[in-house]
Design a protein around this ligand. Structure first.
Ligand code: GAP
Length: 514
């Protein structure tokens, strides 16, 4: 991470703690690695993200319904889903730094460096040739670029074979051949690559033997798969249809770092879309487009999102991509979109002995549907919004301010109600306004400290509007409304505040833009 971005990330993390967004879990005992608690402002932002997702999925698509499945599931679920045998990461340690890395991530990073080298060659040539530069011709003929391209394609092919065959020796060999060094120690003193299963387990009941071993779900999706027929039959939905769910998932991440980006306990917002076999690619493209639009409607900058196709497909997928976001540590996965074939339902049918087929009355036949899944991490959504909204500003008068430019409908507090002074009937008038607004909008009342200081505190938690009640209010029933981003104030009649604020802060209006 470049130094400037590194500092920005550190500032975001300390700001999140100082202003009640995120605390380390059980902090008084020095915390628990990769586990976090959401504070009073954090939980509001999180709930608003959930609402934005839930409404988009289940209100705007009349063929999608939601469920809330239990975290604990029958242990055979995880055998059928492939998680017992295949949900592991290939890891290796650097003997000098004692740091542990995912082998495939080290290789992918090395590939990304080769891609950067190609870009550098292109930039240099573009400068040299000026207007006559032809990128396509250059990248198709320049010997250095061709050499890099060949190395990338060879490495990708080897990586795919090694992952597909769970060949740990081959993975280690790629790392040796690419001369990959540990970013911390700078050495190539690697251990062998070994598989680590990521599922947490515990015992159910009082006897701690293997038969009672159950897992904390590593994805919410399986709760949807095992309920597929329950939902289909009770809702009488016809294919194509979807089931949505928001809930906790747990993974014993070996390399757990980067704040809430990679956690051991986190939340997912997942949707499984059940389609006719053979139509999955059409729906895969459909959901890629829909999900990208949902993200971009937040207004954090379209350039901060991009698709990244998976070359190494998970055990259940026949196509998969990520929506990546430009986090402080670079472009990283925010959401996964996967065409999961009939892998899960077919295996649940096999392991449970129960039929999980859909009767298609148009085709007059039974089949196991194919599934296209959209899966976004709630905590990663939170981090994307927090990190992009965090802004340090120098104002015209030379002072500094930190402002969270959170998309208005998602802001934890929508309106701060601030009597200019603590006397002359101003607090009473302010409370009257608060009592009118609090049914529709999360409001915050404060009368302590100078008004400027109070504005800064609201900027720091991203409150989009501050309503100030002053002496003129008592004369003409108007207040000032200060805009967080422009810091401009306008005078508004008390009778108009409610509708103006509801209009500006509505998640539904945000959804209308998609
Ligand atoms: N059901 C498919 C599935 O779970 P995934 O790509 O492993 O796919 C989906 O996870 C999303 O869940 C990721 O894009 C990410 O946003 C989030 N996620 C996964 N592991 C996470 C972790 N350890 N901490 C926070 N979020 C995580």
């Amino acid at each position: 991470m470049a130094n400037q971005e590194d500092n920005l990330f550190k500032n975001v993390i300390s700001h999140a703690k100082e202003y009640g967004f995120i605390f380390p879990s059980s902090e008084i005992y020095d915390g628990l690695s990769a586990v976090y608690d959401y504070g009073q402002n954090g939980v509001e932002l999180k709930n608003n993200i959930k609402e934005y997702w839930w409404k988009f999925m289940t209100l705007l698509h009349d063929n999608i319904v939601g469920i809330d499945a239990a975290i604990f599931m029958h242990p055979t679920t995880w055998k059928a889903s492939g998680h017992v045998d295949a949900f592991s990461d290939p890891m290796l340690d650097n003997k000098d730094s004692k740091k542990r890395y995912r082998a495939d991530v080290l290789i992918e990073d090395a590939i990304a460096k080769l891609e950067e080298k190609i870009e550098k060659e292109v930039e240099k040539a573009a400068k040299r040739f000026g207007d006559t530069f032809d990128r396509e011709k250059f990248t198709g003929t320049n010997p250095r670029v061709l050499e890099f391209k060949q190395k990338i394609s060879d490495t990708n092919a080897r990586l795919k074979t090694a992952i597909g065959g769970a060949d740990m020796v081959a993975l280690k060999q790629i790392i040796i051949d690419l001369d990959i060094t540990d970013p911390v120690s700078g050495t190539k003193n690697w251990t062998d690559v070994r598989q680590f299963n990521l599922m947490f387990s515990t015992e159910m009941g009082s006897v701690a033997d293997d038969a009672n071993k159950i897992y904390l779900r590593p994805e919410t999706a399986q709760g949807i798969f095992v309920n597929f027929l329950n939902v289909q039959k009770t809702s009488r939905m016809k294919i194509p249809f979807g089931i949505a769910q928001i809930g906790k998932a747990f993974r014993n991440e070996i390399v757990a770092r980067q704040f809430i980006f990679r956690m051991r306990e986190f939340e997912q917002m997942e949707m499984q879309f059940f389609v006719k076999p053979g139509e999955e690619m059409k729906w895969y493209e459909f959901w890629k487009d829909k999900r990208m639009k949902w993200h971009q409607a937040l207004g954090l900058g379209n350039e901060n999102y991009r698709f990244h196709d998976h070359l190494n497909l998970a055990h259940y997928a026949n196509a998969a991509c990520d929506i990546q976001f430009h986090f402080p540590m670079g472009f990283k996965e925010l959401e996964g979109i996967h065409s999961r074939t009939d892998f899960d339902l077919k295996n649940h049918e096999k392991y449970s002995g129960k039929k999980l087929q859909y009767f298609d009355s148009e085709d007059n036949r039974n089949y196991i549907p194919y599934v296209v899944e959209t899966s976004v991490g709630l905590d990663r959504m939170f981090l994307s919004i927090l990190s992009k909204s965090y802004t340090e500003e120098k104002l015209e008068d030379g002072s500094d301010r930190v402002v969270l430019r959170i998309p208005v409908p998602l802001a934890p507090i929508k309106v701060a109600i601030l009597p200019l002074m603590k006397k002359d009937g101003l607090p009473e008038k302010a409370k009257e306004i608060m009592n009118e607004l609090k049914f529709d909008l999360r409001c915050f009342y404060e009368e302590k400290d100078a008004i400027g200081k109070r504005y800064r505190r609201q900027d720091a938690i991203g409150t989009p509007y501050c309503i100030t009640i002053d002496h003129q209010t008592l004369e003409d029933n108007t207040v000032t409304i200060r805009d967080r981003d422009t810091m401009k104030q306008e005078r508004v009649k008390i009778g108009d505040i409610r509708m103006q604020m509801i209009e500006a802060c509505s998640i539904n209006n945000l959804l209308r833009k998609i």
